[in-house]
Design a protein around this ligand. Structure first.
Ligand code: SER
Length: 585
């Protein structure tokens, strides 16, 4: 069975069981600057797990594009991936443990044909926060899982939460027995030896965790996640995802092109290329901070490993094409974004080549100095300077040092690097506050202008256009919104005209406090419902706009000046960005 067939079977199965299919959210979270990438199917659904009504109901299913980068350095072994697809189904206060487990069991055994004896499961053992999960245990027994295939673990293994705070709960995990022999007496489903492979995780989200501990959520939810690449590999009897149709064409091509053989490097090239393509297609661009830096690292690491394999970099355009062709049936958007994907990767490759050559010159200078002094150790400081000033990757410094019989203080480098990361993280958190930290006449005016722009977009491109983000400085405003097309000149003119008409009309801006439910019921627009307290402030501009918002705003639209759109561009998949200014005349 191919990956796409497994995906289709999954969605069909859950649709037959009353679930509505929802589209994958983009890899770049739409309105959550706190995370770099979408890492799980539940992530875009957090507001609904917390109790907001989902327009499609209480049973949902989807495939979700995910990127997890904490294991980036492990890629190259037989299982780690930075990009993967997660199939998921959700109950938002609808069914709970029993029904969820029975559906999972039926899907695995009936739709995928996995023999019961191949299945092992784990359940939550219980602790002071939550009792032992005997409901899951009994349901597994009822469907036919033998007692000696059921294991219990504590929070470490059988409790799921995204990060430190948020909706969470005990989970039950399903494992596939590959048939290998046990590595030791103690070998169990959570052993890393490869005998058991985790295939599905059903989280029973009835808790919320914050700094003060656990509280019960308003509703009992189910959140499940099944890793598509792994399932594909197991059903095809392969021992790595790189042996499935998702990677084989590119792996074979790399093998034909390489002059030096390294399975590890081939996997890194294939994996990082796939991740980069997916991230760029969803709007990611290389940079030196946050998600841009992750993408930069993926592309640069891929280039380094092409060099290791001694594959001419002129092959890169063809490799990108081949990869897109392999994936486009699953992700048709790749075909549409083909040119931009190629352009971004090739530009980054060219920058990197320059960096490598400048960095190498500096490296040689530095080691000549050390050699003169008869020293054979490169300090972390030098590694950091090469990285920070020349963009020279520390791994490359290490490789070159080895070639020159020099030692490197990577420990010290790591320390310096972490300090640097911490600083840039703090910097970008500031940035995400949208510039409103710095409030003055100008930023306040821009803030009111974002509300007018939001309202104008709804009139010109449609009611379904919503705000996805904004950023304000004293010089300009930036506004992201969902929209499936590039705005035409006519649309842009209409938007400008509307906003300017409202400004000229001199409409008062009013503020009232009300209960969150009442505000939503009255049709007030709101971007992150879960982030607001029970009593909220609602700003209205006549009957043109009504939004939940912390303010501040001008008192009357006639304080704004003339509104002018400077630029309209793609922000990420399905999201456009307008940059605009207010001109004082
Ligand atoms: N959120 C859980 C996970 O990522 C189940 O989908 O494993």
């Amino acid at each position: 069975m191919r990956a796409i067939d497994i995906r289709n079977k999954y969605l069909e199965f859950f649709e037959e069981h009353g679930h509505k299919i929802i589209p994958s959210a983009p890899l770049i979270p739409e309105n959550d600057p706190s995370v770099l990438f979408t890492t799980a199917g539940m992530q875009p659904l957090v507001p609904y797990l917390l109790g907001q009504k989902h327009p499609k109901g209480t049973r949902l299913t989807d495939f979700q594009k995910c990127v997890r980068t904490n294991d980036i350095d492990e890629v190259g072994d037989n299982r780690h991936l930075t990009y993967f697809e997660m199939l998921g189904n959700w109950s938002l206060g609808d069914y709970f443990k029993e029904e969820s487990i029975k559906m999972s069991f039926d899907f695995l055994t009936k739709c995928l044909g996995i023999p019961v004896e191949k299945l092992f499961v784990t359940c939550f053992a219980g602790d002071e926060d939550c009792s032992k999960d005997t409901v899951s245990e009994n349901t597994w027994k009822e469907v036919g899982i033998p007692e000696d295939h059921i294991f219990f673990f504590g929070k470490e293994e059988n409790w799921w939460i995204a990060g430190e705070e948020g909706p969470c709960g005990p989970d039950t995990e399903m494992f596939y027995d590959t048939g290998k022999s046990k590595c030791s007496e103690k070998c169990d489903p959570h052993c890393d030896c490869g005998k058991y492979v985790e295939i599905w995780n059903n989280v029973f989200m009835e808790f919320f965790k914050d700094k003060n501990g656990y509280t019960k959520l308003k509703q009992k939810n189910v959140d499940t996640g099944l890793g598509l690449e792994r399932m594909t590999m197991l059903l095809q009897g392969k021992s790595t995802p790189f042996d499935t149709e998702l990677f084989l064409p590119i792996m074979t091509k790399l093998e034909n092109l390489q002059k030096i053989d390294s399975i590890e490097s081939r996997r890194i090239v294939a994996e990082h290329l796939r991740s980069s393509i997916m991230i760029i297609s969803d709007g990611g661009r290389p940079s030196n901070v946050d998600r841009g830096y992750v993408l930069r690292r993926l592309i640069r690491r891929m280039v380094r490993h092409m060099n290791k394999l001694q594959i001419d970099l002129d092959n890169l355009p063809n490799l990108i094409e081949l990869n897109i062709d392999t994936l486009k049936e699953m992700y048709p958007e790749l075909d549409k974004n083909r040119e931009v994907i190629k352009q971004v990767i090739l530009e980054e490759k060219n920058k990197f080549i320059k960096t490598l050559s400048n960095g190498e010159k500096e490296f040689i200078k530095q080691i000549d100095k050390l050699k003169e002094k008869n020293l054979d150790k490169i300090s972390g400081d030098i590694v950091f300077k090469l990285y920070d000033t020349y963009g020279f990757p520390p791994e490359v410094t290490k490789d070159l040092a080895d070639e020159n019989n020099m030692k490197v203080d990577m420990q010290e480098f790591k320390k310096l690097f972490e300090e640097h990361q911490e600083k840039s993280r703090a910097g970008s958190e500031q940035k995400f506050k949208g510039g409103l930290a710095e409030q003055n006449e100008k930023t306040i005016a821009y803030h009111t202008a974002t509300h007018l722009l939001n309202a104008a977009l709804k009139q010109v491109i449609g009611k379904d256009s919503h705000q996805r983000g904004s950023n304000i400085t004293v010089d300009r405003m930036r506004f992201d919104f969902n929209c499936d097309h590039k705005l035409t000149d006519e649309e842009k003119n209409k938007i400008e005209e509307l906003v300017n008409k409202w400004i000229k009309e001199g409409i008062p801006v009013t503020k009232e406090e009300m209960k969150k439910e009442d505000a939503i019921a009255s049709g007030a627009e709101c971007m992150f419902i879960e982030k607001y307290p029970d009593i909220v402030t609602v700003y209205s501009i006549g009957n043109i706009s009504k939004e939940l918002c912390g303010g501040p705003h001008v008192n009357n639209t006639n304080e704004l000046g003339r509104f002018k759109i400077k630029k309209e561009e793609a922000s990420s998949s399905g999201v456009r960005r307008i940059k605009a200014v207010l001109i004082n005349e």
